[in-house]
Design a protein around this ligand. Sequence first.
Ligand code: FAD
Length: 437
Amino acid sequence: MAGLKVAVIGGGSTGSAIVHDLASRGIDVTLIERGLIGGGTSGKFHGLLHSGARYAMNDPKAAEESIIDNKVISEIAPHCVEDTGGVFVALKGDDQSFADKFYTSCRNAGIPVESMPVETLIQEEPFINKDVSVAFSVPDKVINSFRFITSLLLTAKSEGAKIMLGREVVDFEREGKDVTGVKIKDNLTGKISTLKFDLIVNASGAWAGRLLREHLNIDSIKMVLSAGTMAVVSRRFARRVLNRLRLPSDGDIIVPYFNESIIGTTSFIVDDPDNFDIDRDDIDFLLNEGAKLVPAVKSYGISRYYAGVRPLIAADEGSSGDSRSISRDFRIFDHEKTDDTPGIMTIVGGKLSTARLMGKQISDFVCSKLGIKEQSKTDKIKLLWPDLSKENLSELSKSLSIPEQFLREIAFEINSTTYEDIYSPVEDLIVSRKLFI
Ligand SMILES: Cc1cc2nc3c(=O)[nH]c(=O)nc-3n(C[C@H](O)[C@H](O)[C@H](O)COP(=O)(O)OP(=O)(O)OC[C@H]3O[C@@H](n4cnc5c(N)ncnc54)[C@H](O)[C@@H]3O)c2cc1C
């Protein structure tokens, strides 16, 4: 393995988990991210560490993967997770026939599901609609993506990874058919430079297809860019994640995200993940649907809204129809096999909740390609997070070559306050880069 260099493009949850997995196996790996921590979909998601129950009825593989990482991430990154629990409820007038199928599907996927007496639920969740007729509890949790990705990157750095923020891959280097490196643009200075690698992993999420198409003429990955809007109410109404008991659909879930409630979501196809509009009617729709679960949301109204883009894989060529029916499972493409282009592979799909598993599986593939025998240990490695109460802050600062002041700033990031609330995007990039370079 000596001397072999791997690049990972994209510092969302997927790329960050891959870099951690490869670095922990002793591989020389560099992460290249064009913007900030969580600047892609991973910073604009719904906040759920899925139990898998949401997918149990129509997407069993995604459900099974979710419950595995739900347990593992809670163990390795407890500082990122709130163990809220979740509940699936049918309301009077809903199709009650889902109850048995839901219960059996969860059990089959290995998800601990329990029938919950409606009176107990109403007692414990006083804001919930009193028209609940059936309720099931599941181990849904809430995860802070900024903390999770930052923890993955701090851990990867401690394992020897190089983390390059604000660097955009603008082209690839080729030797014959082989992809042998990347051309990157420094988005702060505009400087262009070239880096050589033995293997490149494209984990650029919703941008993955475009990157391959525009710079390598690879058109084999048919992606569906399914955007989703989330509407935030500045008040927490429930201990648990509240879900409607039906197949995944628009406006069927409220996530208690620290002190707020996030109602989601919608699903609409976009062409360009950097440039799309949020329909104001969708916000009214989400408020109305949210009120069916928690009537009180109506009297508070929506304080802000945002949208992210799911990088999904079309079920078959040309498929672009109902994006709700596309699997949330992930896929790995070896472009040597699919496009006669050695030196690069792509991972797309999945969820933030399955990032660690995705990181492990593509790293297994990278290792088998490079002839490396080291096994993944990421299900056991506790992720780093600066602990202000301990004297080891200065030790951590020295071992990571990150000034104590920045580690303190990371550790102070609480609730919905993130770097972006503290700094302008440019200052944020300057500060974030000091963390890693
Ligand atoms: C509306 C919505 C709600 C969701 N809710 C949940 C949820 O509750 N729970 C859950 O588990 N999952 C959820 N998901 C799914 C989850 O958010 C995504 O699957 C996950 O965040 C994707 O991570 P990623 O790293 O693959 O992509 P991203 O986070 O988008 O990362 C890709 C990165 O690549 C970078 N990049 C792009 N081009 C280049 C380039 N040329 N050079 C360098 N860098 C580049 C981008 O800047 C970006 O940071 C949701 C998704 C959506 C859209």
